[in-house]
Structure formats: structure tokens, C-alpha cells
Design a protein around this ligand. Sequence first.
Ligand SMILES: NC(=O)C1=CN([C@@H]2O[C@H](COP(=O)(O)OP(=O)(O)OC[C@H]3O[C@@H](n4cnc5c(N)ncnc54)[C@H](O)[C@@H]3O)[C@@H](O)[C@H]2O)C=CC1
Ligand SMILES: O=C(O)[C@@H]1CCC=N1
Length: 282
Amino acid sequence: MSAPKIAMLGLGSMNGAILAGLLSGGHPVEQVVATTRSASSAQAKAEQYGITVLAEESAEDANLQAVRGADVVVLGVKPHQIVDVCAQIKDALAPRAVVTSVAAAVTVKMMESALNPDQPVIRTMPNTPLSVGLGVVGLAAGTSTTPAQVQQVSELFAASGSVHVLPESQIDALTGVAGSGPAYAFYLAEHMAAAGVEMGLDPELAADLAAQTLYGAGRMLVQNRGSADAAQLRRNVTSPNGTTQRAIETFDDAGMAATIRAGAQASARRAAEITEQLSSRG
Ligand SMILES: NC(=O)C1=CN([C@@H]2O[C@H](COP(=O)(O)OP(=O)(O)OC[C@H]3O[C@@H](n4cnc5c(N)ncnc54)[C@H](O)[C@@H]3O)[C@@H](O)[C@H]2O)C=CC1
Ligand SMILES: O=C(O)[C@@H]1CCC=N1
């Protein structure tokens, strides 16, 4: 069977990461068309990815042109724009086209209400490590979406990460852990490197040490799933009364464990808050 035709509306951080993963997984460039707001960005992205990119700035109907004949439409614009884009494209969509949103907080119901009846919809929450084949995607199906369509979209993502089909009620929690999660790891890297610089290391070296340490630790976490969990791997590094114990005690004394949980939960709560705000906008 030939690769599905994909239209990516909005090609910023998230859809760019998804596209990089798709193309590395062998999706043919002729089977992808994308849109951006500005003409300069469309040109830069077309050169970067080798796909057709249309700009709204150059052609008002760029999104309509992109979705005509598409099997899967991936909406990668900001949450407050999703419903307007759905309303804009609804009559240009093939009835089979699966409208897949990557936006935080925008519900299946909001999208279905803005599209024609029975248009298949999927709400996802991906993360940017999809760009390097190590992403996570949570996926919740709409009311008219068939299992075959869920499978089709899952397969597109599966080439670049792990896919989890979930009830929509769990998507915000997945956002708090995995959608926003790469930023927590990058934050840790920033401050590990800064500590190294404060202790006299060259900034480039400190950044390399932090990056490679997190990369190695991440691979260990994944490769040891089923035999050793994160807590066990941490204990394996922590010699009694040694250096790591002193660091972990410092984190514990500062309430870092509770702070990390509170941060992830705040991300999920913010998603619910944006849903409320978008709903009251009507
Ligand atoms: N950045 C991330 O790590 C994640 C982002 N998301 C979701 O992805 C969505 C996009 O976020 P980012 O990629 O971070 O934003 P971004 O600002 O990097 O990208 C947005 C893109 O949309 C384009 N755009 C704006 N209006 C448009 C229109 N009317 N038609 C076509 N293109 C248009 C812009 O030119 C830009 O390419 C958001 O809804 C966000 O919730 C979800 C998970 C993770
Ligand atoms: O910060 C945000 O709202 C988006 C959704 C998850 C990651 N980035």
C-alpha cells in the first residue's frame, strides 16, 4: 500500500519534529505538503525538509490547497487557532481525511464541532524527541474515527517514537509528564552545565557533560525497563555516604521531589485551564 498523503498545517517546533521523524522513517517527501504563516519561513522549511511548503502570506488558500486529497491532516498551530483552522478547511477535506491535532488543551469535541459531521478526528499529545526517533505520542480518537484510522495515524508516529492510545481524559496527564517533559530534562541539563561552569569547567565541556550524561541515563532508563526502575538505577549510582548521596540529600532537603511532581501537575492543570478558556470563548 502506498504511503498516505499528509498535510501539515503549521510547521513550527512540534510539526517540524514530527516531520523530521516521518522523513527519517522513510515517508516519501512527495507525500507531504505543509503550510506556514510567512513566505520566508515557507521557503526556509521547504529547503530544510525537501517538501512543498505553502505560505498563508502568499496564498490565502494555502491551507485549503494543502489539505485537498490528503489522507491525514496534522494541525500544528497554536491551541487558540485550531478551531478556526478546522472551520477554514472543513469543506476542502476528503471525507476520509483524518484531522489530527497536536495541540494541548483542544478537545475532540471542539474540533468535531468545527468540522463537517462524521469527519474523523484524532487528538494527540506528542513530544519533540520524535525528531530523533525517540518521542512519545498519546492519542485519543474522535467519535467517528475508525480503528483502521487510529491504526493509520499510530503507524505514522510509530516510526519515530512510542504511541499510546488513551482515553481523552488522560491526555492532560500525559502532557504533564511527556508533552512538556523534554523541557524538564533540558532545564536539568542547563543547570547541571551551569554548576560545572561555576566549578571552573569550560562552558562547552560542561554542556557536553550534561548532554551526554542525560542521554546515557535516558538510554539506561529505557533499556532497563522491566528489570530496574528509575529509583533502582539511581540507587546503583549512590554509594553509601558518597558524593551522589550528598547531592540527592541536597535535592531532597530543597523539596525537589515534590517540586518536580508539582511542576508536571501544573502543566496538566494548565492544559485543563486552557480548555476552559477556549470553551468559554465559544
Ligand atoms: N513545542 C512542543 O514541544 C509541543 C507543542 N505542542 C503543540 O503544538 C502546537 C504548535 O506549537 P509549536 O510548534 O511549539 O509552535 P510554533 O510557534 O513553533 O509553530 C506554529 C506554526 O504555525 C504556523 N502558523 C500560524 N498560523 C497558521 C495558519 N493559520 N496556518 C498555517 N500555519 C500557521 C506558524 O507559521 C508556525 O510554523 C501547539 O498547539 C502546541 O500545543 C504539543 C506538544 C509539544
Ligand atoms: O508548552 C506547551 O503548551 C506545549 C504543549 C506541551 C509542550 N509544549
